[in-house]
Structure formats: C-alpha cells, structure tokens
Design a binder for this molecule. Structure first.
Ligand SMILES: C[S@@+](CC[C@H](N)C(=O)[O-])C[C@H]1O[C@@H](n2cnc3c(N)ncnc32)[C@H](O)[C@@H]1O
Length: 276
C-alpha cells in the first residue's frame, strides 16, 4: 500500500517554508523512504513522532532533501561573463563599496567564487573598493561547512589551475581556502521564504550590487517563486544585477523590471532609476 508522506511535507513546509512541487514528489518520497528504512521504522506516523522526540532529525532530513550540490564556478559561461565583463564594468574607480548576496549558497562555493573573481579584478585594475559578500542558506549544517572553506577535488574541478594555486592550500587530501578569501564572506542561515524580512538581517539594509540565486528556484512552485523573486528584486540596489541558474528565468510581477543582459546566461539588470 502507498504511504502518505503528507504529515512530513506539512511539518517541513510549516517550519522551513520548503515547497514540495508535484513533479518532485517521487524524489522526496524516495529519500524519506530510505530514511525510514535506515531507522527501521515502518510507518510515516512513527517517523513524525521520532522527529518530535529527536529534534536533530529534522535537520538531518533537511540535509537529505535540500540538495546541496554546488561547485566553484558552476556554469562557467555565466561566471566568465561576470569575470570578464560585468564585474570590471561595475567596479569602477569611483565605486567605494561593492555588496554581494549569494542566496542558497550551499557550502560556500558560489560566494567564494565571487570573492576570488573580485580579488583578481581588484589586483588587475589596481582598485581599492571595499567588498562585502553575504552567503546564506536555509540549512545551518552547510553554512557551518561553508565557514570552514575546505573542499573535495570535485568541487574545484571548474577552477583554473592558477586560481587553485593562488587561493587554496592542498592538505590532507582537501583543498583549503586561504584566509584572505574566507574573510571576505559572512555566512548566516536564512530562509528565502521568510515572510518577515526582505534580506538577511545580518546584511543590515540589502541594497546589493550583485545577487546570485542559482539552482534554488527550481525547488519551488510558481507562486513561491514569485515570492522569492519579489525578495530578490527588492534586495537589489538600482542598477544592480541578478544571476539565476541556467534552467531558471525571471518570473512574476517583476519580469518587466529586470532586463536580460545577454542571451546565453540568466543575468538580469535592475534599472538605475528603480525605486525599490
Ligand atoms: C542545489 S544548491 C545550489 C547551490 C548554489 N547556489 C549553486 O547554484 O551551485 C540549492 C541550495 O538551496 C538551499 N535552499 C533550499 N531551500 C531554501 C530556502 N527556502 N532558503 C534558502 N536556501 C534554500 C539548499 O539548502 C541548497 O544548499
């Protein structure tokens, strides 16, 4: 007989705002099924009781269901455009402060990739702009890993060899980021479905020049994508840029207010005259 996983979906949805779109239900159900098997539990109700009695189980399930896959410079085309064109154009001599937000940042590969690019550009153009990068994710466990900045070789596979040499130390079969890059990024847990805030409280006021929200929208229904998109739009400074994942596009009420920069990548600009 087919089990109903609804109580678990409701629990996670209420507590973390995670969405369970119809098309991804088989994946979620398979993962929960595997977890029940490991715990030798037969019934979904038993598992819900277990989660209540053992609060860290919710975190474990969150780890299993929110795929934290990422790599440095994932989708090299988009990163190349940021590196060669967009960031050098934004980082002019008059720019005093550059603010970046990487949402759903997993283990930090994405915000650290941006930190590496900015460091390279600053050196190349001899700039002294102040840089603040925020990395947030719903999952506190991956945020903790991000703060350590230690990576498996699979996670650095898209990096140029000279960048690996300059910014990592290879030790105990792992690639360890140097502190110059680590200290450029502030990490904190943050739920993109949080109804009370538009930006992570740690970032104080938003107004970001660059926001990356890649491979996160795909987990949400259209309605929830619109809520997230509203948050992203408001978090951008006028003239700021938004980067989405390869399979994601701007949707909802702000679609006409964000202009696509180039055909091959999901990179959008908010108009310089925009108010919010
Ligand atoms: C597939 S990873 C993408 C990582 C990175 N952005 C990239 O594109 O390589 C998706 C991340 O989104 C996070 N996530 C899922 N739901 C979230 C939410 N409601 N708020 C914030 N982060 C969320 C997951 O924990 C996961 O780390």
């Amino acid at each position: 007989m087919k089990r109903s996983f609804t109580p678990i979906f409701i629990h996670l949805s209420e507590r973390f705002g995670i969405d369970f779109p119809e098309r991804r239900l088989p994946f979620f159900e398979k993962k929960i099924q595997e977890r029940l098997h490991i715990l030798h539990l037969d019934e979904v109700d038993e598992y819900v009781r277990y989660m209540t009695a053992c609060p860290e189980e919710t975190g474990r399930l969150l780890d299993i269901l929110t795929i934290n896959y990422s790599t440095f410079f994932r989708n090299p085309l988009a990163f190349d455009y940021l590196f060669q064109k967009l960031l050098p154009a934004v980082m002019t001599k008059d720019k005093k402060m550059l603010r970046v937000w990487s949402t759903g940042c997993a283990m930090g590969e994405e915000p650290y990739s941006v930190a590496i690019m900015i460091t390279e550009i600053k050196k190349r153009l001899n700039l002294s702009v102040d840089v603040r990068i925020f990395g947030t994710d719903i999952n506190p466990a991956v945020i903790e890993k991000a703060r350590h900045g230690v990576y498996h070789e699979d996670q650095v596979k898209y990096l140029r060899h000279d960048l690996v040499r300059r910014y990592f130390r290879y030790q105990d079969k792992a690639y360890r980021l140097i502190s110059e890059i680590k200290q450029m990024v502030d990490f904190s847990p943050y739920d993109m479905m949080d109804p009370k805030t538009y930006v992570p409280p740690e970032s104080v006021f938003g107004s970001f020049d660059l926001v990356l929200c890649r491979n996160l929208l795909i987990y949400f229904s259209k309605e929830k994508q619109h809520i997230i998109m509203d948050k992203l739009y408001r978090s951008l400074a006028p003239g700021g840029h938004l980067v989405l994942g390869e399979a994601e596009t701007v949707a909802g009420p702000h679609s006409h207010q964000l202009k696509k920069k180039i055909p091959c990548c999901q990179i959008y600009a908010k108009s310089k005259g925009a108010h919010t």
